[in-house]
Write a protein that binds this ligand. Structure first.
Ligand code: TXA
Ligand code: MG
Length: 349
């Protein structure tokens, strides 16, 4: 797989802008994953995003903007820390939750008084935002609950003709979604781990940010249980970033998280039982039986993140029954990868 950026020709970019202005949907690349975009100020266009994805209306969308200079058009009472984070990480894989202005329609925020803002770092996304001139509301360009797309081909395979145009910018370079930081409380709180590692936030903030317990996938049973039963006295972490439910990021193939040491034996046992088994690991696994299909290993955490969603889709294409997954080391973006893997491996509804 190459990481070459592809730039659409000027005519295609013009078409994309025309579609956005007319209330249509344009899928476009960002450095994290492909987004399914609509004019953020056009409530009807934004409602088409929800219909196309099959996404519940309560799950708010991120508004993508061209630069930090326009932040005040979209957010009120912007705290100084937001400017600090914007300076350090924009354009880039960081989304900030701020108080919204009147410009942001209810449908974008699920009726909340806050809005998620991000300046993406992909030349095609930036060219599109510059040419369009407004904000683009965009979730990941996949059907609800499925694996996020990291190539234009993934988007077409998932959404087909339901999207008016797919801008192809080549494979995404980060590969997992943005880190989300809520700046509307007393102190910054990380709601979703992603492309900006918590270590980097700590460096810039000068102290470690609070991380919402559901943000790393470690309390998934509790978080997913929250939706189906009333809050008990021992209240689980409420879904602060609605949409962060356990079974997100799941391929059709059953995903099993496993230690590197146990892969060979587990793979052999499953294969003996007649299952089609694959392995995804950060390194070659010794002693794998021949019947077990080894997906090409991705070395460090960053490469693993970049290739993760393609590998999960590959597992489906190969018709695997079970994908045994060894997580990368949980440092840097590897922590976000671990989160996505726990979600992919958690029981489906
Ligand atoms: O990297 C990304 O963030 C990608 C690219 C396309 O930018 N977008 C993305 O969007 O992952 P989506 O919709 O799949 O995930 C957005 C997350 C959801 O979990 C949503 O609940 C949260 O952001 N979110 C958005 N606005 C929010 C708000 N006002 N308050 C709390 N959470 C919010
Ligand atoms: Mg998504």
């Amino acid at each position: 797989m190459t990481t070459d950026v592809v730039m659409p020709d000027p005519g295609t970019l013009d078409r994309a802008v025309g579609i956005l202005r007319a209330g249509g949907l344009v899928a476009f690349p960002t450095e994290t994953v492909y987004g399914l975009g609509a004019d953020a100020t056009n409530a009807e266009a934004v409602s088409r995003i929800f219909a196309t994805k099959g996404r519940p209306l309560g799950h708010p969308l991120i508004v993508h903007i061209g630069s930090a200079d326009v932040i005040d058009a979209w957010a009120d009472d912007v705290p100084p820390v937001a400017r600090v984070l914007a300076d350090a990480f924009w354009p880039g894989p960081l989304t900030m939750i701020l108080r919204r202005t009147e410009r942001v329609p209810d449908i974008v925020t699920g009726g909340r008084d806050t809005v998620g803002l991000r300046v993406p770092d992909h030349p095609v996304a930036r060219a599109l935002l510059a040419a369009f001139g407004g904000g683009i509301a965009a979730p990941s360009a996949n059907r609800y609950g499925r694996v996020s797309p990291t190539t234009a081909g993934h988007v077409r395979a998932d959404l087909g003709d339901d999207v008016d145009l797919v801008l192809d910018g080549g494979p995404c370079t980060v590969g997992v979604e943005s880190t989300i930081v809520d700046l509307t409380g007393d102190e910054p709180e990380v709601l979703r781990l992603g492309g900006v590692a918590v270590e980097r936030l700590t460096e810039v903030l000068g102290s470690e940010p609070r991380v919402w317990p559901g943000a790393d996938g470690s309390e998934l049973a509790e978080v997913s249980g929250f939706a189906s039963r009333p809050p008990s006295s021992r209240s689980p972490a409420p879904p602060r970033a609605p949409g962060m439910v356990a079974s997100h990021y799941a391929p059709a193939t059953t995903v099993e998280l496993i230690d590197a040491d146990s892969v060979a034996a587990r793979g052999a046992a499953l294969a003996r039982g007649g299952r089609v088994v694959g392995v995804l690991a950060p390194h070659i696994i010794d002693g794998l039986p021949d019947e077990v299909i080894e997906l090409e290993p991705a070395g460090g955490a960053e490469e693993y993140a970049r290739l993760l969603y393609s590998r999960l889709r590959q597992a489906d294409r190969l018709g695997l029954d079970v994908l045994l997954v060894v997580a990368p080391p949980e440092t840097g973006v590897g922590i976000a990868v671990g989160d996505r893997l726990r979600r992919a491996a958690s029981p489906r509804p």
